[in-house]
Design a protein around this ligand. Structure first.
Ligand code: CA
Length: 276
């Protein structure tokens, strides 16, 4: 895994570098936003960028925005010093996948990086079974999950490419088709009619989660644990911010969404598509 680390404080940079290297990650360091942007071009591609926010010249937010524009599939984690809500959300709105609040422990940072990296690989989104066994702390959540599993199994069987050999029927679907969308799992791509919708690693994982459970309401808690990881300690707002960003990309009118519905007080649902 190749990491681009932007941090102006030498002591923090050193601390992060040592811990990344210990976990067999390759680190390229930048002290300024300008240097980070340049390195992204000359030394890339990087899997994940870690971006400090408070910097002497251009801020980590600006770097995030530019990296996101140039490298839509790169993973981005903001290292935020402020505890202000707006700060955390602002990075996510600009396209960051996650944020880690300073001071952070090496374990926390590494866990977030690994969780993001899983989102970027073609591995399954996570095991629903393990979440059920883990026992949601809210009564009824497990039941909802089971419903989601049942519904997702139904939509799986409806999504198989009819041209595939029968042996493939037991394997997970490689494509989810909900007109006008086609989600290709091996390619990690989403198309709306003939147009590819460019998604960040986090957006893609979230879209996959909802599309595979077409028609089922998925709770924000469940989305958070499936997409960001079971032990994520962050805010449920990361889910809403990502949904908002996805809607801007896929909906004709994001304020009146016709594909991703809000289930008030609960979560979100990918509207069941018309059956041929
Ligand atoms: Ca700083």
């Amino acid at each position: 895994m190749r990491i681009l680390l932007l941090e102006d404080e030498e002591s923090i940079r050193g601390f992060v570098r040592i811990n990344l290297k210990r976990n067999e990650m390759e680190v390229t360091e930048a002290e300024t936003g300008e240097a980070a942007l340049e390195l992204a071009g000359t030394e890339g591609p990087f899997d994940i960028a870690l971006l400090d926010v408070m910097l002497p010249t251009i801020s980590g937010f600006e770097v995030c925005e530019q990296l996101r524009a140039n490298y839509p599939r790169m993973g981005i984690i903001m290292l935020t010093a402020k505890s202000q809500e707006e700060d955390k959300i602002h990075g996510l709105e600009l396209g960051a996948d996650d944020y880690v609040q300073k001071p952070f422990s090496p374990g926390e940072l590494i866990a977030r990086i690994k969780s993001l990296y899983r989102r970027m690989s073609s591995e399954p989104v996570g095991s629903i079974d393990s979440t059920v066994q883990g026992g949601g702390d809210k009564a009824g959540e497990s039941e909802d999950l089971l419903k989601a599993v049942q519904v997702s199994n139904q939509s799986f069987s409806g999504s198989y490419d009819l041209g595939q050999a029968p042996a493939a029927a037991a394997a997970p679907a490689l494509e989810v088709r909900i007109p006008p969308f086609v989600l290709s799992i091996p390619e990690r791509k989403l198309w709306k009619e003939d147009r590819e919708i460019i998604l960040t690693p986090t957006e893609w994982t979230l879209v996959r989660l909802l599309m595979e459970r077409e028609g089922a309401s998925v709770s924000r808690d469940h989305i958070l644990s499936e997409v960001w990881g079971r032990y994520y300690v962050g805010d449920l707002k990361v889910v809403d911010v990502n949904i908002r960003r996805i809607r801007q990309k896929i909906e004709s009118n994001p304020s009146e969404p016709s594909f991703i519905e809000t289930v008030w007080g609960f979560g979100y649902r990918w509207k069941r598509g018309a059956r041929p």
